[in-house]
Design a protein around this ligand. Structure first.
Ligand code: NDP
Length: 290
């Protein structure tokens, strides 16, 4: 079994970006600027946004963090987005999800200028991704593609199973893996909560991407020998032995599955850091396209 080390691969992506940003600075070109909007006090969301801001510092990007109250009106949030859309200094905009229940996530996503939509959730970018056109690809699936590329995993012709069909992870993942690209060219099965005999689908897969948010869901009986397993899941479970009171669990029963795999991602330290690296890459792209 070999580890797909997301921390290591993410550092490589960020270092490359850092050098490119330094080069832009020397040549008097614009420095990438990411604006993040965080609504409310969700602990996990605050942690993710803080990690993104830190990654901006590491790579030499400029970042702006806008914090809004949990009870902020949708109108007020949309106003913030409109002003960032119009600000020529800002290259990339992200609104940390999930949002409070009284706000329509889709309307918020639709309000972001597609040219600044570095999370790749806007319908214009989703449509372009489906067509294989130049666009912003959602950060988590893009991060997984970068990870596969970093470790030179040859995915052509593989049977891939993606578990989970969300708009931010599973569905775009299935599209990217099935694309005529490198990595890509897989034969993809997209599974979800209504899939019959999910274990049988997994058992014939050369590559499994588990993105369902059910801790330790993927068991060793569901994985064939030599498979590559990507664990996207992150669930906080209470753990009083930890200083922060919780630990993170993936969707894969890592301890028992890992010995059967040719490659596997750990949690934490797998897909999480790659998601952030991919967001940085998208922000750099948004800046350099101008
Ligand atoms: P969603 O809840 O939006 O989607 C979950 C998907 O999994 C749905 O399609 C659902 O099916 C499917 N599903 C749920 N239970 C089962 C089951 N028992 N069998 C088969 N399919 C099932 O989650 P997200 O896609 O947003 O996130 C998934 C996980 O990835 C979470 O743990 C999240 O925290 C993590 N995540 C990690 C990131 C990272 O950077 N590492 C980034 C983003 C997410 P149905 O559609 O039928 O309801």
């Amino acid at each position: 079994m070999k580890l797909l080390d997301g921390k290591l691969a993410a550092e490589a992506v960020k270092e490359e970006l850092r050098l490119q940003v330094a080069d832009r600075a020397v040549n008097g070109k614009k420095i990438p600027h990411l604006a993040a909007i965080l609504v409310g006090n969700n602990g996990a969301s605050a942690t993710y946004v803080a990690a993104k801001v830190k990654a901006c510092e590491q790579t030499g990007f400029i970042s702006t963090l806008i914090r809004l109250e949990e009870n902020v009106s949708q109108h007020r949030l949309l106003e913030s987005i409109h002003s960032l859309n119009q600000d020529p200094a800002v290259d990339g905009i992200l609104v940390q999800l999930p949002l409070p229940k009284h706000i329509s996530e889709q309307e918020v996503i639709d309000a972001i200028d597609p040219q600044k939509d570095v999370d790749g959730f806007h319908p214009v970018n989703v449509g372009k991704m489906v067509q294989g056109a130049d666009c912003f690809v959602p950060a988590t699936p893009l991060g997984i593609m970068l990870l596969l590329a970093h470790y030179k995993i040859d995915t052509a012709g593989l049977n891939a199973v993606v578990i989970g069909r969300s708009n931010i992870v599973g569905r775009p993942m299935s599209i990217l893996l099935s694309a005529n690209s490198l990595p890509g060219n897989c034969t993809v099965t997209l599974c979800h909560s209504r899939t019959k005999d999910l274990a049988a689908h997994c058992k014939q897969a050369d590559l499994i991407v588990a993105a369902l948010g059910q801790p330790l869901f993927l068991k060793k009986e569901m994985v064939k020998d030599g498979a590559t397993v990507i664990d996207v899941g992150i669930t906080r479970v209470e753990d009083t032995t930890k200083k922060n009171g919780f630990r993170l669990l993936g969707d894969v029963d890592y301890e028992n599955v890992a010995p059967k795999c040719s490659w596997i991602t750990p949690v934490p330290g797998g897909v999480g850091p790659m998601t952030i690296a991919a967001l940085m890459k998208n922000t750099f792209l948004a800046c350099s396209r101008k």
